[in-house]
Design a protein. Sequence first.
Length: 211
Amino acid sequence: MIDSNILNYSCLEPLNVSRETFPDLEKFREIIIEKNKDINLISKQTEKVSKERHIIDSAQIIDFIDINRSTCTDLGSGSGLPGIVLAIIMKYKKSDMKFKLYEKSFHKSNFLKDVSSKLDLNVEVLQKDIFEEKNLETDIIVARAFKPLPVVINLIHNNFKYFREVILFLGKNGKEVLQKVLMEWEFEYEEKKSITNKDSTIIKIKEIKKK
């Protein structure tokens, strides 16, 4: 019988996340909670709701990701949300996609390396400041709770010489911020409502050009 704690991830099944994935997602959540005693990975106030607030929230972008792509780059990965979560899902999809996690914090980078090893993930952790890196290449760029949308768009435009698509989480004022950004930039985008927060939106962006 599957642990009821793990079955709480069943809302991900319509997104083609298999049940075989759930135990590793739960294990990752437990590792975060344990390590959160030593370093600040997530807000203490969100520990009790971490399954939905952090793991499921990160996992829901999987249906925006083409599993045939080769590389996915997580900007300012922090505690591995969404990078580690996506890497776990891709492992069970038998995908060869490599995840590059940029995190300038020494302690958080070590945490990411440790958890990647424990869960046997196709992850490369780069302890670097993404803003100082130039001529980057990747298929997919993801970012969650990283920087405001205008900063992220500017960073991608200036620091990446090649990418196919960008997947970002927008908060309560996301639509308003998006419209302001579109006054300065041109890009194609798709959007969908978050399954964890009625006020949040997820967008997939392509073809960023300065107006």
